[in-house]
Design a binder for this molecule. Structure first.
Ligand code: GSH
Length: 302
């Protein structure tokens, strides 16, 4: 038997999937999101987006990516920026709302969150949660340092989140919680990367109260819904598996941010899961927080 040279790929095990020459979309991939996954972009149906009376129109869902933006709006309003009033419309991604023509015009990538800024002479679309946070931070001069090393640090952590969270959500979360089969190789690979990312955060937060330094910024607002949720055992039921309690500095930071009143409000907007008392399906007025979904449903059916 000859030893293969180092650069040869390992020989496939006989039961292994052998990719064809050209991939084709012949069957649903299985798993939790099989019904909405497709290999082509663009709209599947005509549907205009509703427009409310506030300067900002947000089309979203209360997932970690959606929460970033509603937390940002609630923080801006809490700071006294009345110009940050917003309508938060519910986009049900499980039902394909993200493929309606109006949504695709707001975000050609067909993913929540999508924002239409109507505060100026003509509407401006903004998509990708990081771009939305930066757009709002610059517009209101809040939650982003103006210049210098502090700004560079803030943007570095903001973009760290954009690059890192797909390994947590699309990688670890998908294979640990949603894939139709448990594949050890995939879970192992992404658990390792997720723990490495938690350690990156933990080390940074051992030297600094917030990610960008002494102040709470859009970097924290972007990272908290993903990694704060993970640290508190709220994502994928994976707290014990990943031993999240070991990341003490992430725990401290997650608790501090979670206690902010604006965060408590923002995280329940457009939410469809969990305790009905902590779901505010759409937000059009500040007073909507006083009357949660369950109470509204009861009031309607009475
Ligand atoms: N990088 C994007 C990610 C957005 C994203 O993945 N959104 C998901 C929900 S959390 C979505 O809309 N998925 C619908 C789909 O893939 O069809 C951002 O930060 O805005």
């Amino acid at each position: 038997m000859t030893t293969p040279p180092d650069n040869d790929p390992p020989a496939p095990v006989s039961s292994e999937y052998v990719p064809p020459k050209v991939w084709t979309w012949t069957k649903a991939s299985g798993g939790r999101f099989a019904a909405i996954n497709r290999p082509i972009a663009g709209a599947t149906h005509d549907k205009e987006l509703p427009v409310g009376r506030h300067p900002f129109q947000l089309y979203s869902l209360g997932t970690p990516n959606g929460q970033k933006v509603t937390i940002m709006f609630e923080e801006l309003l809490a700071l006294g920026h009345a110009g940050a009033e917003y309508d938060a419309w519910l986009i049900r991604i499980g039902e394909g709302d993200q493929f309606g023509s109006g949504f695709v015009a707001a975000n050609p990538n067909s993913k929540i969150p999508a924002l239409v800024d109507r505060s100026g002479p003509s509407p401006v679309r903004v998509f990708e949660s990081g771009a939305i946070l930066l757009h709002l931070a610059e517009k209101f001069g809040a939650f982003v340092p103006k210049d210098g090393p502090a700004r560079a640090e803030c943007l570095s952590w903001l973009f760290w989140q954009m690059g890192s969270a797909p390994y947590l959500g699309g990688g670890f979360g998908h294979f640990y919680a949603y894939a139709p089969h448990k594949i050890e190789y995939a879970i192992d690979r992404f658990a390792m990367e997720t723990k490495r990312q938690l350690d990156v955060l933990d080390r940074r937060l051992s030297e600094s109260p917030y990610l960008a330094g002494p102040d709470y910024t859009i970097a924290d607002i972007a990272v908290w819904p993903w990694y704060g949720g993970l640290a508190k055992g709220l994502l994928y039921g994976a707290g014990e598996f990943l031993a999240v309690h070991e990341y003490r500095n992430v725990q401290r930071w997650a608790d501090t941010i979670g206690a902010r009143p604006a965060v408590k409000r923002g995280r329940i907007v457009n939410r469809l899961q969990g305790d009905p008392k902590s779901q505010l399906r759409e937000r059009h007025e500040a007073s909507d927080f006083e009357l949660r979904t369950e109470d509204k449903l009861e009031a309607k059916s009475a």
